[in-house]
Design a binder for this molecule. Structure first.
Ligand code: ITT
Ligand code: NA
Length: 199
C-alpha cells in the first residue's frame, strides 16, 4: 500500500523507507505546489498532528507526520520543539551542534550532559476523523565535542544514546536505526496499522 508522509526532510524520509519498507512512501516532494502549514503547536504531538492534518485535508486520505527534536536536561529541556529553529539563521548542522555544546558550557555548571531524542508521529485521516499519535524517546547524553563523521543529520553529530560510547553519526545509519526515537515511534505506528502492513 501507499503511505503519505507530511515531511520535506529527506533525512527523515530515508529512515522512514527503512522502517516502513512494506509501504510505497509518498512525501511532500511528490506535491511540489503544496504549501506546508506553520508549526504553531506547543508540543511535538500538536505539531505532528498539525502537519498530518493539513496534508490529510489536501489529499483527502490517511497521512503520517513526524515532529521531533532533542531535549537537554540541564537547559530545562531546550531546544525541544524549537530544535530546528532555535539557531536561525544558522542552518548548518555542525555549527548548530557546536552552539548547543557552547550553551551547555556557558549556561550550566557542566555536570549534567543528559539529553533525550524525541520523535512523535501523528496518523491523521480527516475522511474518518482519525487522529492517533505514537511517541519514541531515547535517553542519552550530549558529547562534549561535535563528532562530524558525515553520517546522520541534525543532532546525530552530538547525541550519544545510552548503551553506546559513540554518537549516532559515528555509529552510522544501520546501527542508529536499530534503536532510535523514530524507530520506536515507527514500530508503534506499524503495530497500529497491523494487517494493512503488507504490499
Ligand atoms: P518536517 O518537514 O518533517 O517538519 P523538519 O526538519 O522541519 O521536517 P522537525 O520540525 O521535526 O523537522 O524538526 C526537528 C529537527 O530536529 C530536525 O530538523 C532535525 O535536525 C532534528 N532531528 C529530528 N530527528 C532527528 C534525528 O533522528 N537525529 C538527529 N536530529 C534529528
Ligand atoms: Na518542520
Amino acid at each position: 500500500p501507499i503511505i503519505w508522509i507530511a515531511t520535506s526532510n529527506e533525512d527523515k524520509v530515508n529512515e522512514f523507507k527503512v522502517f516502513l519498507s512494506n509501504f510505497e512512501i509518498k512525501t511532500l516532494k511528490d506535491l511540489p505546489d503544496y504549501v506546508e502549514p506553520d508549526e504553531t503547536g506547543t508540543t511535538f504531538a500538536e505539531n505532528a498532528v498539525q502537519k498530518a492534518q493539513a496534508l490529510s485535508e489536501h489529499i483527502q486520505g490517511m497521512v503520517v507526520a513526524d515532529d521531533s527534536g532533542i531535549e537537554v536536561e540541564a537547559l530545562d529541556n531546550f531546544p525541544g520543539i524549537y530544535s530546528r529553529r532555535w539557531a536561525y539563521p544558522i542552518t548548518d548542522w555542525p555549527t548548530i551542534n557546536q552552539k548547543l555544546i557552547d550553551k551547555i558550557n556557558v549556561e550550566t555548571d557542566q555536570s549534567n550532559w543528559n539529553a533525550q531524542m524525541i520523535s512523535v508521529m501523528a496518523l491523521v485521516d480527516v475522511t474518518c476523523d482519525k487522529v492517533e499519535t505514537f511517541e519514541g524517546i531515547v535517553q542519552g547524553k550530549i558529547s562534549h565535542q561535535v563528532q562530524n563523521h558525515h553520517q546522520g543529520f541534525g543532532y546525530d553529530l552530538t547525541f550519544i544514546p545510552d548503551g553506546s560510547e559513540v554518537t549516532y553519526s559515528e555509529m552510522g545509519p544501520a546501527k542508529k536505526n536499530e534503536y532510535s526515537s523514530r524507530q520506536i515511534a515507527s514500530q508503534k505506528l506499524k503495530t497500529y496499522l497491523g494487517g494493512r502492513n503488507e504490499k
